[in-house]
Design a protein around this ligand. Structure first.
Ligand SMILES: [Zn+2]
Length: 303
């Protein structure tokens, strides 16, 4: 059965272009924001592709971050400006730079490059414009979009607030039960934890996640979802501390898995697990909960 693509108007200026299955990866949710003078897209996911013929003229595409699933329709708007946070901007220059952002294993670079080109239609945009936290795009008639820097998933990951519709677009602070993803080259767990706190402090009428949850219109529900989402970081870390009741090597920890379930399968999983393990271990060593033994193994201090 062909996927259905639902448009949801969430304010006079804002329409959510829901991806297939509420924006489940490889699709994602995108937003169309129309002011009196300018029209922008917030992300240009796979679900935008079947809609391009009926969309109004797009003046600019603002990316939450430079990941493959948030820009597959970007090539359909070659004359629109492309904006991305200054910290992710380098990734839009060439395919090689784009691959660098992910920090994937050298032996997977070629197949990954092929995948993002064929399946996600990645086309470099070396003319991309950079922005910083607090940048505002005025679209006319009082409609504006503000960038809220929300690093952790990537260094340049951002959320966008649309006013006066009071819509917060969360990008990959996606509120999924899977939890925060921080295995890219420039991802950071502490930054992600701060981003989750910042996201929880922002009041909006409507919240839209890049994947999974889609549109949330109750602040109470939003706060509960974001609390559970943030708790995944602590849960992974506690599981790691429990596993380190005996000294273990990094390889054993990565094999034990912190992020994926044992039955999950995929070529990138070993690298994701190794990166996540290293980052959690560094964090636990800073807080004194984990030591390194003389033979280079990791061990919990509280056991
Ligand atoms: Zn992402």
């Amino acid at each position: 059965m062909a996927a259905t693509y639902e448009d949801r108007v969430v304010g006079p200026a804002t329409t959510v272009l829901l991806g297939a299955d509420n924006g489940k990866y490889p699709d994602a949710n995108s937003l169309l924001v129309q002011g009196a003078e300018r029209t922008v897209l917030l992300d240009a996911a796979l679900g935008v592709l079947p809609r391009t013929d009926r969309l109004p003229e797009i003046d600019a595409v603002l990316l939450t971050h430079a990941h493959e699933d948030h820009l597959p329709a970007l090539h359909r708007f070659p004359h629109a400006e492309c904006w991305v946070h200054e910290a992710d901007r380098f990734a839009m220059s060439t395919l090689d730079d784009f691959i660098d952002l992910f920090g994937i294993a050298p032996e997977r670079r070629e197949s990954f490059g092929q995948m993002v080109t064929e399946k996600f239609h990645f086309v470099p945009r070396p003319d991309s414009l950079g922005f910083e936290d607090g940048h505002v795009w005025h679209l006319g008639g009082g409609v504006r979009v503000e960038a809220i820097h929300a690093p952790g998933h990537t260094a340049g990951h951002c959320m966008f607030k649309v006013e006066p519709d009071s819509v917060l677009f969360l990008g990959d602070v996606d509120l999924s039960s899977f939890g925060p993803f921080y295995a890219d080259a420039f991802a950071d767990i502490d930054d992600f934890a701060r981003t989750i706190e910042r996201a929880a402090s922002i009041d909006a009428k409507t919240y839209v996640s890049g994947h999974h949850k889609g549109i949330i219109e109750s602040r109470e529900q939003y706060l509960e979802l974001i609390r559970r989402y943030g708790a995944v970081i602590d849960r992974r870390e506690q599981r790691l501390v429990d596993f380190l009741s005996e000294p273990r090597t990094l390889e054993q920890i990565a094999e034990h898995r912190l992020v994926y379930r044992p039955q999950d399968d995929g070529p990138g999983i070993p690298n994701v697990e190794a990166v996540a393990a290293r980052r959690h271990l560094a964090r636990l060593r800073r807080s004194g909960r984990v030591n390194v033994t003389e033979d280079g193994k990791y061990s919990a201090t509280e056991c």
